[in-house]
Design a protein around this ligand. Structure first.
Ligand SMILES: [Zn+2]
Length: 676
């Protein structure tokens, strides 16, 4: 800490206390110091984590609160300050110590301004550790100096920030300040994930059930609240996939707490509520439940007896405790308390928000933490993605989970598709990580389970089924897995959409015939050798079928995507494979996803009014040089020479009066069929 008299002309740079950005903008640094000198404020220069800091004794304007230190508890001392005398103490009670830290990228970005001692008693615009919310970063103007910022802005946020009910100041940041923003000083670096449940306002407390991730280091990771209970009320939360390691079942309580003080420590808050809340009664059921069909053990047995005078009960708690090595008994080692507390919903819009506390019952004394609260649920997606309709009712099968199908499946899961079936007979080969999801830890596992598990862990609301099968390949497993095979065929027939990303012509012909016979849509996504181009082809009943497309191609009536003449490689004894970069192939795949999502959302799959459509991508020129992607889109009518529109390929769905002889059909015969 370097002492500095107000108005001193000492050049701070000579003492080495010059911000690194001053090397680029020496004039700016001189201006900052000159303007600070001109204010008459007492200030000192220091260094904070390698960044130059200015400590300012800011005189609180007369008539504003702050003459006495606000009474605060539980706030830990700033380690940078513990050895230093508080200059505010000497300067009198009308002075507030303001710390200003310049970012490395100053003056393109605003300085961080902290009200270190909370002497202003702000209820808004003061984050964890006292960081003040003065300006939106995008509102920062590089011409502003620290002296100008504090002179102009501080009195205004004082006016608007003293109370959540105070009238807004003219320039205050117009963003909601949920209560979680103020808990940073005691928040663990793990989150509790929960649905945005809102129990009825007349219910004050209840039970909940959470599962925690257990890391290899045996530390706990994030938790997921599976359900929140109260008498006559149950709100199911997201369900973690058991295989993804949320084995630690932790019962908990929740309560409404209008008296919540964000400045209190988690221990103080817990202790204050302990006597008020009814205890959760644990009912141990002995060994863990059998694993359920969905792979989630134990969770189905959980239920609450209610939170009335008899106390809340959570059945099944602790059933999986033995899964977490090193944890003696989950239900005794950890406890969760979730509070519904006053919190801004929108800018200056009062409401309720969740705060989560964790107590770890360690020796010799328990440890308390706030947990970050993160909301999850398909019903929340609309806030970010603005879907016209939600897609939870949609069922899609993706066949071929490779460089194209993997991207498509991921897009659909992120979009919140209700049911997603993945079909692929391959296993993860880490050499393919250059263009698909292939974590080294999954080498040798089936592709469908690897990607399926990943998608389930990201999107617990999406029902993902994995079919490890090569369609059409004779397999001894088939005899054993007849049920699975039947399930798959049922899905291929009845799904809202089947997406073929196999690059296997026989599979494409099979799927095309199956879907055509069922009168249902098929989407085909493929890249050419080298990934120089690709096709996205959508079939819908009444439009040109896969065989029609081949006829149109023979007529040179549809564009042909660019291909690398040397784009096929044989990397070993396995099937030869296409070359192609992820960026090129993903471009084709994402277009396929957009077509699929539009179709599922009630659109026509970007087909411009035509039932079937072909989109051809040219990603590289004929020398293989990348170019801006050019899409050639053609409606795909039924081809007059295509026999499939009068000959039904699959017997089981053949209407009894349908002709089965192969007759070269004309446009008229198509119309007759389509109209029936
Ligand atoms: Zn056809």
């Amino acid at each position: 800490m370097t002492g500095r008299e107000p108005g001193s002309a000492t050049d701070a740079g000579q003492r080495g206390l010059e911000p690194d950005w001053a090397g680029w903008y020496p004039g700016r640094w001189r201006t900052e110091l000159a303007e600070l000198d001109a204010t008459g404020w007492n200030y000192r220069l220091g260094v904070d984590a390698g960044l130059v800091r200015v400590d300012i004794d800011w005189p609180i304007p007369p008539g504003l609160p702050g003459s006495a230190p606000a009474e605060r508890s539980g706030r830990p001392a700033d380690p940078a300050q513990v050895d230093e005398a508080s200059p505010a103490g000497d300067a009198g009670s009308q002075v507030c110590r303001i710390q200003v830290v310049f970012p490395h990228e100053y003056p393109f970005f605003p300085p961080e301004v902290r009200d270190h001692d909370d002497r202003l008693g702000l209820r808004r615009h003061r984050g964890p550790l006292g960081v003040l919310c003065l300006l939106e970063p995008e509102d920062w103007n590089s011409d502003l100096t620290v002296a100008a910022l504090l002179t102009r802005q501080l009195p205004q946020i004082l006016a608007g920030g003293l109370s959540p009910d105070a009238p807004p100041a003219g320039v205050e940041v117009q963003a909601p300040e949920p209560v979680g923003l103020r808990l940073g000083h005691a928040t663990a670096d793990i989150a509790l994930i929960m649905a945005d449940a809102r129990p009825p306002t007349d219910v004050t407390e209840g039970a909940l059930l959470a599962r925690f991730y257990v890391q290899m280091s045996r530390h706990i990771g994030p938790g997921i609240v599976e359900a929140i209970y109260a008498p006559g009320y149950e709100h199911p939360g997201p369900r973690p996939a058991h295989e993804h390691g949320y084995p630690l079942l932790v019962p908990g309580r929740w309560a409404r707490d209008a008296a919540f003080d964000p400045n209190a420590s988690p221990e103080q808050t817990w202790t204050r509520l302990e006597s008020r809340l009814h205890p959760v009664e644990l009912i141990h059921e002995g060994p863990a439940d059998a694993t359920h069909d969905d792979g989630t053990a134990g969770a189905d047995g959980a239920g609450a007896d209610g939170a009335g005078a008899d106390g809340a009960g959570v059945d099944g708690a602790g059933a999986d405790a033995a899964d977490a090595e090193g944890v003696r008994n989950a239900s005794e080692d950890l406890e969760v308390l979730c509070l519904l507390v006053p919190s801004e919903q929108g800018y200056r819009e009062p409401g309720e928000g969740w705060v989560a506390l964790l107590r770890a019952n360690l020796e010799p004394s328990p440890k308390y933490h706030y947990l970050q609260v993160q909301a999850m649920g398909a019903d929340l997606d609309g806030g970010r993605t603005r879907f016209v309709r939600d897609l939870r009712g949609a069922h899609v099968v993706v066949v071929g989970i490779g460089a194209l199908g993997g991207h498509v499946a991921t897009d659909l899961a992120r979009a919140g598709i209700g049911r997603l079936d993945l079909v692929d007979g391959d296993v993860v080969d880490i050499q393919t990580a250059c263009r698909q999801f292939a974590p080294t830890a999954a080498a040798g596992r089936t592709k469908v389970e690897t990607l399926g598990g990943h998608l389930r862990s990201q999107r617990p609301g999406v029902e993902v089924r994995a079919f490890h099968r090569h369609l059409g390949r004779v397999s001894r497993r088939d005899a054993l897995d007849a049920t699975e095979r039947d399930r798959l065929e049922e899905a291929l027939r009845t799904a809202d959409l089947v997406i073929d990303a196999t690059a296997a012509p026989a599979v494409t012909r099979y799927l095309a015939a199956l879907r055509q016979a069922e009168g249902k849509a098929l989407l085909h996504v493929s890249g050419t050798a080298g990934g120089w181009g690709g096709c996205v082809y959508l079939y819908r009943p009444g439009g040109g079928c896969w065989a029609c497309l081949q006829h149109h191609r023979a007529d040179n009536a549809v564009p042909i995507p660019t291909a690398d003449p040397d784009g096929m490689v044989n990397t070993g004894c396995a099937d030869s494979t296409f070359t192609g970069t992820n960026a090129d192939l993903a471009t084709i795949a994402h277009h396929g996803s957009r077509v699929a999502l539009d179709l599922l959302d009630g659109g026509d799959g970007l087909a411009g009014g035509s039932p079937s459509v072909l989109d051809v991508a040219h990603l590289r020129d004929r020398h293989g040089r990348p170019q801006p992607v050019r899409w050639d889109t053609r409606p795909l009518p039924v081809h007059p020479a295509c026999p499939l529109h009068v000959t039904v390929a699959l017997e089981p769905t053949n209407p009894p009066n349908e002709a089965t002889t192969s007759v070269p059909g004309g446009a008229d015969s198509h119309r007759a069929r389509d109209g029936s």
